[in-house]
Design a protein around this ligand. Structure first.
Ligand code: 5AD
Length: 349
């Protein structure tokens, strides 16, 4: 058997490799090796979650941001971004529509500082009050521990905070001086200790990224052991300093999804919007390679074009939470089933 496939078997059995070995998997795999990893990952996901695909209704609560990440279209210094923040009433309307459409997880995502803490807490409480059988996920960036604790106490179940890269020097190349790698990692630790189901993640093919960096990302996932992990290809945005950088690779993203599934068999792993943006079949390919979550957009139609993290981000059509029937058909066509369950993390026993 080929070296890379033997190493993939070891990962399948032990859920752990050295950083060097991860790097080898990334550097030396070919298409056949990726197909092999996908077949193992698919089998592992079936053992834990069957053919169920969980859906999360994504509410983009605002694009106001205090940060200035070099890659992101809603960075503070992008003067062309048309800023908005939803009102509490608008957020509740999104959740109501989502609930009617069968969503039992709502993800409130937004630029950092779009909503003051007080309003975050109000919205969590209101949604949990109206829909006690639904989970609330927050994806609102970096806060101090007591603020995270308050969000948890208000009823939030999960928190997504991509680490972006597990390498400090690489982190500094993607972010301005005011942003700290240590603080971001501290936030992830706090979230987990507080008791959130916690998600990290990174972009594939972000500027300056090497296989060594990706290997560190995989090692970080192995050690941090998040309940969720969001990865998607980097896509340039025209009003950022990375406008001329090439987009990340769809096939490498899909391969990494498989490796992450093998590292953490029961992880909740989305086939992300960025993947669906670069490849019209990106969602299907991601699911077939081990992903089990899709996050359709529930935001009011008029604000969707404003939440532009990267160029040509899809937000209507198949991407829309309103197209649920379509999504169901597409998943059925590849042998999967969209389910209404909350889709919590399943501990392995
Ligand atoms: N391309 C792909 N993903 C991006 N994100 C931000 N900007 C881009 C981009 N240009 C991702 C980051 C962030 C999440 C909200 O979106 O990983 O954490």
């Amino acid at each position: 058997m080929r070296k890379i496939q033997l190493l993939t078997d070891i990962l399948h059995d032990r859920h752990s490799l050295s950083e060097k070995e991860y790097e080898l998997l990334i550097m030396e795999h070919d298409e056949e090796d990726a197909a092999y990893a996908a077949s193992l990952a698919d089998a592992v996901r079936r053992q834990h979650y069957g053919t169920d695909i969980y859906v999360r209704g994504l509410i983009e609560v605002g694009n106001i941001c205090r940060n200035d990440c070099y890659y992101c279209g809603i960075r503070r210094s992008n003067k062309k971004a048309d800023r908005y923040a939803l009102t509490n009433e608008q957020i509740l309307l999104c959740a109501e529509e989502g609930y009617r459409l069968g969503y039992r997880t709502f993800v409130m995502q937004g630029g950092e500082g779009s909503l003051p803490l007080e309003r975050i807490l109000q919205n969590v409480e209101t949604i949990k009050h109206h829909f006690p059988d639904a989970a609330v996920t927050l994806s609102l960036g970096e806060y101090e521990r007591d603020a995270y604790q308050a969000m948890f106490d208000a009823g939030a179940d999960r928190y997504l905070l991509r680490h972006e890269t597990a390498d400090r020097e690489h982190y500094q190349k993607l972010h301005p001086d005011g942003m700290s790698f240590e603080h971001r990692m501290r936030c992830l630790q706090d979230l987990k200790e507080i008791g959130f189901q916690t998600g990290c993640g990174f972009m594939v093919g972000s500027p300056y990224q090497t296989a060594h960096h990706l290997a560190k990302d995989l090692k970080f996932i192995e050690e941090f052991s998040p309940q969720m992990c969001g990865i998607g290809p980097f896509i340039p945005h025209k009003d950022t300093i990375f406008r001329d950088e090439p987009a990340g690779s769809v096939s490498l993203t899909i391969y990494l999804l498989s490796l992450i599934r093998l590292i953490k068999p029961n992880i909740l792993l989305p086939a992300t919007t960025a993947l669906g943006t670069l490849d019209p079949l990106g969602r299907e390919k991601g699911v077939l390679a081990g992903a089990n979550v899709i996050m359709p957009n529930l935001s009011p139609y008029e604000v969707r074009p404003k939440y532009e993290l990267y160029d040509h981000k899809i937000s209507t059509g198949e991407e829309s939470a309103q197209s649920r029937k379509n999504l169901e058909k597409r998943m059925e066509a590849i042998g999967f089933r969209v389910v209404t369950a909350r889709g919590d993390y399943k501990e392995s026993h």
